[in-house]
Structures are given as C-alpha cells and as structure tokens.
Design a protein around this ligand. Structure first.
Ligand code: RET
Length: 280
C-alpha cells in the first residue's frame, strides 16, 4: 500500500522549452505599406515628368531623385506583397543558480528589403546634397562609403540574435553615420560657401531637414527592432512617415527650390571656373 502512494517515476527535470514568441506584421502595417507604395509610384512619375520639361543638362537632380523613389517603389511593392522579409531569431538567455539556464526564443519579422532600398537610395540622397553644395570628390567618396557601412551594419544588427551582436553592429552603424554627418556639416558647408548665398541658404535648410530626419531612423530602429518596445506595425508606420519625408518631400523641395534659384542666378553647382554652359 505504502508503495502505491509513491511515484515510481523520477520527476522530470524542469527544462521544458518555452513556446517561441512571434512578432509579425498586422493589418495596419500591411495597409501602410500599400499606401507608401502608391505614394512612391506617383512621385516617381511626377519626377519623370518634371525631368522631361527641362533640357538634359539641367536634369541631374531630377534623374537622381527619380531613381530614389523608383527604388522605394520596388522595395515597398516587395514588402506590401509579403516579400523582402525574414524572421530574426532572438535568443534570450536567463542564467539560474541551481537549475539549468533557460532560453526564450523570439522570432521577429524583419524587412530586409528596407536595407536593400537604403543601400541604393541613401547614397543617391547624399549625392543630391553633395552636388548642391559642390563638394569635392574625396569628401563625396568618404560620405558614400560610410553610408554603405552604416546600412550594411544596420542590416546585420537587425538580424543579430543576442544583445551583444545587435548593439555591437548598431554602434558601428552609428559611428559610420557620424562620419556622414561630419562630411555634410563640415565639408558640405565649406564647399557651399564658395557659391552664391541662395544656394548656401538652400543647402543649410535642406541639409538641416535631412539631418533631423536621418537621425530619427536609428531612434525608430532602437525602439523597434533594437529593444522591441514597438511591435512590427508601429515600426512600419514610423518608417513610412520618415520615408515619405526623406524621399518625395525632399525631392520636390530640392527640385523646385533649385530651379527657382537657378532662374535668378547664373551659378549652378560645380560651375566655379566653368562657363554658364557647364553649369547644371
Ligand atoms: C540604422 C540602424 C543602425 C544605426 C543607424 C541607422 C541609420 C539609418 C539611416 C537611414 C536613412 C534612411 C533614409 C531613407 C530614405 O527614405 C541602419 C537604422 C545610424 C540614417 C534616409
């Protein structure tokens, strides 16, 4: 009798794995991606029409800016149709004194299409600003390479599985971002000071707008993919607002303001020492 009350089976060790958690896109995120796809497509058409209305020699900003929104259109199409994403596996380890360590697994949907987009469009955005200021070749190359380092280490950060990996890559991306800021603020301003006042004022305004917007991306990343305080949809919406400001709004502003300046001054970008035929 006494035998029966006792369990004849040894207790199982309590290392039953936790259920993994999934963080994925919802309907608000899905609709947002479609809305931005349409806005980017319309902007691309708009920039193309604007480009046709000016002679080829004056189309530099139009061409660069059209490509920027074209890449964004493709990237948003990919994301809206469920392509261009994958799940980052995040392993959260808890150490215990007397029982084995436990691991929690989180799978978060990361849209890598963004990083493909950024690796092509952010260098083009920097070229817009560099040509407006008339920056020298070496400064332009440093800014563009730093930009690629920023985007690619940002991609690695997004797929990091431990905090060390994620924030390690994030730190590298932030240093690369500071290099870009340095080139624009110090190099860009130095270069534009050789040009007319109107171009100087436009560069200060549109460059300042760019710096504020670009600085918000690592903040959104930190609240979203980084610390996962925001879900996937909140992150999609925040990036959507920033992307519309950083690409179409930036582009229309640059093209219209530059055209207005050009009609009043004889000095285009890179025209020091060139005749006005060489000015763009
Ligand atoms: C990441 C995360 C790692 C740290 C830093 C970042 C910066 C990203 C930036 C993106 C800009 C994107 C733009 C898109 C245009 O539509 C990669 C988010 C510093 C500055 C302007």
């Amino acid at each position: 009798e006494a035998f029966k009350t006792k369990s004849s089976v040894a207790p199982l060790p309590t290392v039953v794995p936790n259920e993994p958690t999934y963080e994925t896109i919802g309907s608000a995120g899905g609709s947002t991606l479609w809305v931005v796809f349409v806005l980017m497509l319309l902007s691309t058409l708009g920039f193309t029409v604007l480009a046709w209305r000016v002679p080829v020699q004056k189309r530099l900003f139009h061409v660069i800016t059209t490509f920027i929104t074209l890449f964004a259109t493709i990237s948003y199409f990919a994301m809206a149709t469920g392509d261009g994403n994958s799940f980052a596996e995040i392993v959260i380890k808890s150490s215990h004194k007397y029982t084995p360590d436990t691991y929690e697994y989180v799978y978060r949907q990361v849209f890598w299409a963004r990083y493909v987009d950024w690796s092509l469009t952010t260098p083009l955005l920097l070229l817009d600003l560099a040509f407006l200021a008339g920056m020298d070749g070496a400064s332009i190359i440093v800014a563009l390479v730093a930009d690629l380092v920023m985007v690619l280490t940002g991609l690695f950060a997004a797929f990091g599985s431990t905090d060390g990996q994620k924030w390690g890559y994030y730190a590298m991306a932030c240093i690369a971002y500071l290099v870009i800021v340095w080139q624009l603020v110090i190099g860009g301003r130095r270069a534009v000071s050789a040009k007319d006042n109107k171009t100087g004022r436009l560069f200060a305004a549109i460059g300042g707008f760019t710096l504020v917007l670009w600085t918000l991306y690592p903040i959104v990343w930190g609240i979203g993919d980084g610390s996962r305080k925001w879900g996937v949809d909140a992150e999609i919406i925040a990036y959507a607002v920033l992307d519309v400001l950083a690409k179409p709004v930036f582009g229309f502003w640059l093209i219209f303001a530059h055209a207005a300046n050009r009609s009043e001054t004889v000095d285009g970008w890179w025209s020091h020492g060139l005749n006005n035929e060489g000015a763009i």
